[in-house]
Design a binder for this molecule. Structure first.
Ligand code: FES
Length: 111
């Protein structure tokens, strides 16, 4: 069952901008590319590097660690490498950006 989680307002993410959000202990990066919002897990499938500062070329995001390129629309790696980003559905609802996450909420950690 998926959960719908607001990660901020649509106005915060103008075209060309990106935003880091933390949900249930996971780090998610949102991109606005020419008005289309994309949300990905902030962990490169190659070796786990943060993708938040990756260089964009259109919809292609270059991992800052080793330079692999991924299509934000599909999550797929350029070429035939077979690696794939974890992507999340995101939509605008009443001015809010809402990300859909699968599965139950992570258990809170207690000291
Ligand atoms: S960790 Fe992203 S390309 Fe290696």
């Amino acid at each position: 069952m998926s959960r719908q989680i607001s990660v901020g307002t649509v106005d915060e993410l103008a075209p060309g901008q990106r935003k880091l959000a933390f949900i249930d202990g996971r780090s998610i990066v949102l991109f606005n590319i020419a008005g289309a919002i994309h949300a990905i897990d902030n962990s490169c499938p190659h070796n786990g590097a943060s993708l938040a500062s990756g260089q964009l070329e259109g919809c292609m995001l270059r991992c800052p660690a080793h330079g692999l390129r991924f299509d934000l629309r599909t999550g797929s790696m350029a070429g035939a490498g077979g690696l794939s980003l974890t992507t999340f559905p995101v939509r605008a609802v009443d001015g809010q950006l809402v990300v859909s996450l699968d599965g139950p909420a992570a258990s809170p950690t207690h000291a």
